[in-house]
Design a protein around this ligand. Structure first.
Ligand SMILES: *Cc1c(COP(=O)(O)O)cnc(C)c1O
Length: 353
């Protein structure tokens, strides 16, 4: 049966990227050695790393003066690396959900945190006042768990830092507005184990304290992501995903495709008499669509999920902290998967309402 992969992360990847990885696991770049067993210092893998960095920069139109680096540790390690590398005394954080909350917890170990938040996480607060005397301002552009997204690149007087774990490569971004963009790669780019950061070079080197070598962005920039052994397999798959994005028409084409898919699903949620969204209209994510059944029908949520699984739709259960449903529509998800979900929602409505 055809599967529709709506998982939030690790998540769907282009089939071509998975197939190329399988081939490389058998024989990497005609070396006669598996990608799982090749030295990261082999010229073939050094080539893969360089190509990944270059294509990453090309697809996101990353300007001069920025480095792209790959590490392990996940976005969760970045939560500590950001303040470790940048915070002298004080930073401001926009708290828009679970991941932002975790980033704030780490930052508090390094200095004062000005936390800006709304009354709950169903929307992105407007008219945010960022103090001038902070070392940086941190945002989470896509809130994977709550399904809200900041889709404009904001003007900010202090260095702007963004966790883009779950929306990198989903839309065009004006990189020049950011000092650092980082994320775990397992939502839209690669299998779990890879972390990326786009770092404006001149933001570094301003703190007085020492930074452990592995947690210092400068180390990874100087050694071109090869200071220690990088996650070889996820890097290879990331390169295949980037090649696929390029072949499909680049980030603009991804954005168009993602808007189409999410418009289709939000329209059905609005039309359908038994479902509703949980998010303010102007802040809806194009990556993670969160919705619930209206109270009268809540008892049917499990039944709906079961039916979805029977039809090959995987990963639609909402995050355990939110409940309901979440359909993740990452780049590689095809429109026909959203159409299948919409058809099921219509069918369910005709049975129950
Ligand atoms: C998944 C996710 C994280 C956590 O990433 P790890 O790589 O598992 O540490 C952080 N931020 C956002 C926005 C996420 O979606």
């Amino acid at each position: 049966m055809e599967k529709h992969n709506f998982y939030a992360g690790p998540a769907i990847l282009p089939q071509s990227a998975i197939d190329a990885t399988i081939e490389a696991l058998k024989d990497f770049a005609e070396t006669g050695i598996s990608l799982a067993a090749i030295s990261h210092r082999s010229k073939e893998f050094v080539g893969v790393m360089a190509e990944t960095e270059n294509l990453f920069k090309e697809l996101l139109s990353i300007p001069e003066g920025y480095s792209v680096i790959f590490m392990g540790g996940g976005a969760s390690t970045q939560f500590a690396m950001i303040p470790f590398n940048l915070m002298k005394k004080k930073a401001a954080y926009l708290n828009t959900g679970t991941w932002a909350t975790k980033a704030i917890k780490e930052a508090k170990m390094f200095g004062d945190v000005v936390e800006i938040r709304g009354r709950d996480f169903t929307y992105i607060p407007k008219d945010i006042e960022i103090p001038d005397d902070v070392d940086y301002f941190h945002i989470t552009t896509n809130n994977t768990i709550y399904g809200t997204e900041i889709r404009e690149d904001m003007d900010c007087k202090v260095p702007l830092i963004a966790d883009m774990s779950s929306d990198i490569f989903s839309r065009k971004v004006d990189i020049s507005k950011y000092a650092i963009i980082y994320g775990g790669a397992q939502k839209n780019l690669a299998p779990a184990g890879l972390t990326f950061a786009i770092v404006k070079n001149d933001i570094l080197g301003k703190v007085d304290h020492k930074i452990p070598t592995m947690l210092n962005y400068q180390t990874h920039i100087d050694k071109e992501s090869m200071f220690n052994t990088p996650p070889v397999i996820p890097v290879f798959t990331a390169l295949q995903t980037l090649k696929w994005i390029k072949k499909m028409g680049g980030v603009d084409a991804m954005q168009k495709r993602n808007v189409e898919k999410s418009d289709l699903l939000y329209a059905e949620i609005e039309r359908n008499s038994i479902f509703r969204t949980t998010v303010a209209e102007e802040n809806r994510s194009i990556m993670n669509v969160c919705f619930v059944m209206i109270d009268e029908y809540k008892e049917f949520e499990t039944e709906f999920l079961q039916l979805a699984i029977e039809k090959g739709m995987m990963g639609l259960k909402g995050h355990r902290s939110v409940g309901g449903f979440r359909a993740s529509l990452y780049n590689a998800l095809e429109k026909k998967s959203v159409e299948a979900l919409v058809a099921l929602m219509k069918e369910f409505e005709s049975q129950k309402a």
